[in-house]
Design a protein around this ligand. Structure first.
Ligand code: NAD
Length: 496
C-alpha cells in the first residue's frame, strides 16, 4: 500500500490542538463554548470543536474585512501564486488530513478520504493558476473614449460547508474567492470540522493573516450570525434544501449575492444499446456507494431498459456484494459509516416506506461488520429498491444514503419525462452508443451537469451546479470564479 506521505503527527493530537478554538487572523482563538465531535464508526468522542456565538463569529468577519483591503491590492497573479503554494503545502500533509477526515466523517480512508484531500488541493491549485484570468473587456462605445469593464472582488465571503465532502466543498469556495481578491470566513460543519481546520491552517501559513478564517458552531447560532452580518458581501453555501432556502432569504434581505449547492435525485438512464459492464460500474461510482451514498450528485434513480433489466440487476448485485463494509480506517474497507444517528434514522424511514409498499422489492447487499468495537447502528448496506410507483417518496426525494431506486423502461419519451419529474436538477447521465440519442437526451434533461457513458465526480475546470431546487449558480471552472466571486465595473473615460 503506497500513501502520498506519512503521518507527521497523530490524528488525536490534531483533535486536541483544535479543542474549542476558531482560526481567526491566522491564530487559534478560544471559543467560550464547545461541541462534541463524534467518531461515527465507534460512537466515541473525538474532541471538542468551538461552538461560536455571534461575537466570536463577528471577530472572524472583522479580521477578514481588515485583511481584504490589502489582499485586493496584491496583483492577481501574485495572489494566485500564493494560493497555489498553499495548495501544494496541503499535499505535504495529505495523509494526516485524510486520517482526520476518516475519523470524523466515518468515510473509508482508502476509497474516499485520501482521494478527497487530493481533489481538494487540486481544486485550490487550479484556481491559483487563474489569477491572470480576472480580465475585463474593452467596449467599442465611442472611438474617442475608452470604455472598459474590470473585475473587482466582492469583499468578505461567507462560505458554509456540510459534512459529506467538507474539503472538496471548502476548496470550491475558498480557492476562487481568494484568488479573486476576496477574504473568506468559512463555517465548518459541526459534524466534521477538524479536517477543514487542518487544511485551512496549513494554507494560512502561505497567505496574509486574516484572508482565510474558520469558525465552527451550530447553524442557528454561528451560521445565522455569519450570513446576517452587515460586512458579509457574498454567501456561498452547500447543504440541505431547507437551510439553503433560509439563507437565500437572509441574502435577499441585504441584497447580496448568494450561491447555493443543494440536494439532488439524479437520474441515470441506461439505454438498450448501452455497454452493460460500464453501466454497472457507472451505477456504483455514480451512486457513490463507497461514500455510503452521502452525495448530492448520487445517481439514485436508475432507469434500465427492460431488455437489460435482469442482466443489470444480476451484475449490480454481484458487484455490490463484493464491497466490504467496515472500519473506515481499515485498508480493506470499501464502505464506512453513515455520519450520525439522525441521518441513519432518515435512511431507515425511507427504506421502511418502500418495504410497506405493495409490489416493491427491497434488496440489501454486502455484510454488516461484526466487530464489537464498531457502532453497528451507523452502518448501512447498499440497498436497491424496485417495483415502486413513480410518485413514491423514495423515487421523488433525496435519501442521502446508500439506497438507489431501479426502474425498468421501454418508452424513450416517457423515461425522459420520468427523469425530469422531481423538483431537483443537479445531475443526470445517459448510457448509449448512439450519438443521436446522446444529443437528444442531453438537450432534454433538466439538470445542470449531464454526462454520457460516465458518472464522474466534480472536476476543477468543469462548471458544476444545479437547476431547480438543486441550487443557484455554478462551482468549479473559471466561469464560477468570474460570475460568483467578482463584480463587473464599467468605466467610461472621456478626455475629449
Ligand atoms: P445542512 O444544510 O444541515 O448543513 C450544512 C451547513 O449549514 C452546516 O455547516 C450547518 O451548520 C450550516 N447551517 C445550518 N443551518 C444554518 C443556518 N440557518 N444559517 C447558516 N448556516 C446553517 O446540510 P448537511 O446535513 O450538513 O449536508 C447534507 C446536505 O448537503 C444534503 O441535502 C446534500 O444534498 C447537500 N449537499 C449538496 C451538495 C451540492 O454540491 N449540491 C454537495 C454536498 C452536500
Amino acid at each position: 500500500m503506497t500513501h502520498q506521505n506519512t503521518i507527521d503527527t497523530a490524528p488525536e493530537e490534531v483533535f486536541a490542538s483544535y479543542r474549542q478554538v476558531n482560526l481567526i487572523d491566522a491564530k487559534r482563538v478560544p471559543s467560550k463554548a464547545a461541541l462534541d465531535v463524534i467518531n461515527p464508526a465507534t460512537g466515541l468522542v473525538l474532541g471538542q470543536a468551538a461552538a461560536s456565538d455571534a461575537d466570536e463569529t463577528a471577530a472572524a468577519i472583522a479580521s477578514a474585512k481588515t485583511a481584504q483591503a490589502a489582499w485586493a491590492q496584491v496583483p492577481a497573479r501574485t495572489r494566485g501564486k500564493q494560493v497555489a503554494a498553499a495548495a501544494r503545502a496541503v499535499l505535504e500533509h495529505a495523509e494526516l488530513i485524510a486520517q482526520v477526515l476518516a475519523r470524523e466523517t466515518g468515510k473509508a480512508i482508502r476509497t474516499e478520504c485520501r482521494g478527497e484531500v487530493a481533489v481538494a488541493a487540486d481544486i485550490i491549485e487550479f484556481y491559483g493558476n487563474l489569477g491572470s484570468e480576472l480580465k475585463g473587456q474593452t467596449v467599442p462605445y465611442n472611438p474617442r473614449m475608452l470604455t472598459m469593464t474590470t473585475r473587482e472582488p466582492l469583499g468578505v465571503v461567507a462560505a458554509i460547508v456540510p459534512w459529506n465532502v467538507p474539503l472538496v466543498l471548502f476548496s470550491l469556495k475558498v480557492g476562487p474567492a481568494l484568488v479573486a481578491g476576496n477574504s473568506v470566513v468559512v463555517k465548518s460543519s459541526e459534524e466534521a470540522p477538524f479536517a477543514t481546520y487542518l487544511m485551512a491552517e496549513i494554507m494560512m501559513r502561505h497567505l496574509p493573516a486574516g484572508v482565510l478564517n474558520v469558525v465552527n458552531g451550530t447553524g442557528i447560532e454561528c451560521g445565522n450570525a455569519l450570513t446576517g452580518h452587515a460586512d458579509i458581501a457574498k454567501i456561498t453555501f452547500t447543504g440541505s434544501e431547507a437551510v439553503g432556502e433560509a439563507i437565500y432569504k437572509v441574502g435577499a434581505a441585504r441584497l447580496i449575492p448568494v450561491s447555493l449547492e443543494l440536494g439532488g435525485k439524479s437520474p441515470m438512464i441506461i439505454c438498450q444499446d448501452a455497454d452493460l459492464d460500464k453501466a454497472v460500474a457507472g451505477a456504483i461510482s455514480g451512486m457513490r456507494f463507497t461514500r455510503q451514498g452521502q452525495s448530492c450528485t448520487a445517481a439514485s434513480r436508475i432507469y434500465v431498459h427492460d431488455s437489460l433489466m435482469d442482466a443489470f440487476m444480476q451484475q449490480l448485485g454481484a458487484a455490490l456484494d463484493q464491497l466490504v463494509i467496515g472500519d473506515p480506517l481499515d485498508e480493506a474497507t470499501d464502505i464506512g459509516t453513515i455520519i450520525n444517528a439522525r441521518q441513519i434514522a432518515t435512511i431507515n424511514s425511507y427504506v421502511a416506506k418502500a418495504e410497506a409498499t405493495k409490489g416493491a422489492t427491497v434488496t440489501r447487499y454486502g455484510q454488516l461488520p461484526q466487530d464489537a468495537a464498531l457502532s453497528p447502528d451507523l452502518y448501512a448496506q447498499p440497498t436497491i429498491l424496485t417495483g415502486l410507483p413513480d410518485d413514491h417518496p423514495c423515487v421523488m426525494e433525496e435519501i442521502f444514503g446508500p439506497v438507489a431506486v431501479v426502474q425498468g423502461w421501454s418508452d424513450y419519451d416517457a423515461v425522459l419525462d420520468q427523469a425530469n419529474s422531481t423538483h431537483y436538477g443537479l445531475a443526470a447521465s445517459v448510457w448509449t452508443k448512439s450519438l443521436s440519442v446522446a444529443l437528444d437526451s442531453t438537450s432534454r434533461l433538466n439538470a445542470g451537469y449531464v454526462q454520457v457513458n460516465q458518472n464522474l465526480t466534480i472536476q476543477p475546470n468543469v462548471s458544476y451546479g444545479g437547476f431547480g431546487r438543486s441550487g443557484l449558480g455554478k462551482e468549479a471552472s473559471l466561469e464560477a470564479m468570474l460570475d460568483h466571486f467578482t463584480r463587473s465595473k464599467t468605466i467610461v473615460m472621456n478626455f475629449d
